[in-house]
Design a protein around this ligand. Structure first.
Ligand SMILES: Cc1ncc(COP(=O)(O)O)c(C=O)c1O
Length: 280
């Protein structure tokens, strides 16, 4: 008798179906209370102050880099052995990924090779817990602190992992989980940014929703809005910039207006605009 063992398979039961159905029956299909509940639960589980849900891990990495002010001319040190989004999220900001070789045992970026790769243009280090393994992340966190470089932790594959009692998702200035169906938990599509920095969290909240302020009635900031908010249940629609990178002349022919998409390449000022402007 042969038995097929899946590399990964979502475990969707009646409880999950009921939870999704309850949201579908509610008036809040986007950014509703179920989402806040999920954000609070994940922040508490991992042990971070703030959690900001987005529509994919890729979006989470992209917004984290934007929130740190990463843009054209900057460098971000990362690993070449990962899912492609770790590098493309850097490229989507206009910055350059600087690849550092991996440790042959852990398969993660080799902490000892990071320091020589840092330059005056380095704006962040983006290490990845490959296959969920946080090996070396204590060394990376120590090194980043010594060099005063923020970490964007790509822990998309690592929910529930820990190193010497420290959970994955706590090593980054911003840390990003992904909820694609091959992950430990799934929302179909989805991602979550975790941080202890309230200002960075608020900036991510704003950036995920057209550059709006925290109140639902706040107006979009026309130049800065990036729609990467998850729906409930999450879906990946045509609004998902992270999946359709067109770095050169991204919708630049569109007239200005609330639905205008921005190109990070032509609008490197995102991080300097932490709030949507007050309504006139
Ligand atoms: C290491 C890593 N980074 C980033 C991503 C991107 O996540 P998503 O597919 O949700 O955009 C994934 C997952 O697919 C991943 O495994």
């Amino acid at each position: 008798m042969s038995m097929r063992i899946h590399l990964s398979r979502p475990d969707v039961g009646q409880q999950e179906i009921d939870a999704v159905t309850a949201v579908l029956r509610s008036p809040n299909l986007a950014l509703g209370p179920a989402l806040s509940e999920f954000e609070n639960a994940l922040a508490a589980y991992v042990g971070r102050r703030r959690a900001v849900a987005v529509n994919s891990g890729t979006s989470g990495l992209f917004l984290s880099l934007l929130a740190l002010g990463v843009g054209p001319g900057d460098e971000v040190v990362t690993t070449p052995f990962t899912f492609i989004a770790s590098a493309t999220s850097i490229m989507m900001t206009g910055a350059t990924p600087v690849f550092v070789d991996i440790d042959p045992v852990s398969l993660n970026i080799d902490p000892k090779r990071i320091a020589p790769a840092l330059s005056e243009r380095t704006k962040a280090i983006l290490p990845v817990e490959v296959f969920g393994n946080p090996a070396g992340f204590d060394e990376i966190a120590e090194l980043a602190e010594r060099h005063a470089v923020p970490i964007v932790e790509d822990c998309c594959e690592a929910l529930g992992s820990a190193l010497h009692g420290r959970k994955a998702g706590t090593f980054g200035t911003l840390s990003v989980f992904g909820f694609y169906p091959n992950k430990q938990i799934t929302t179909g599509e989805g991602g979550m940014i975790l941080t202890d920095d309230d200002a960075l969290a608020e900036l991510c909240v704003s950036l995920r929703n057209q550059g709006r302020g925290p109140a639902a009635a706040d107006p979009p900031a026309r130049e800065l809005g990036v729609v990467v908010a998850p729906l409930a249940p999450q879906s990946r629609g045509p609004h998902d910039l992270s999946r359709t990178p067109k770095p050169d002349g991204w919708n630049t022919s569109l007239p200005p207006g609330p639905s205008r998409r921005i190109s990070p390449r032509t609008s490197p000022v995102c991080s300097k605009w932490p709030r949507a402007p007050a309504a006139a």
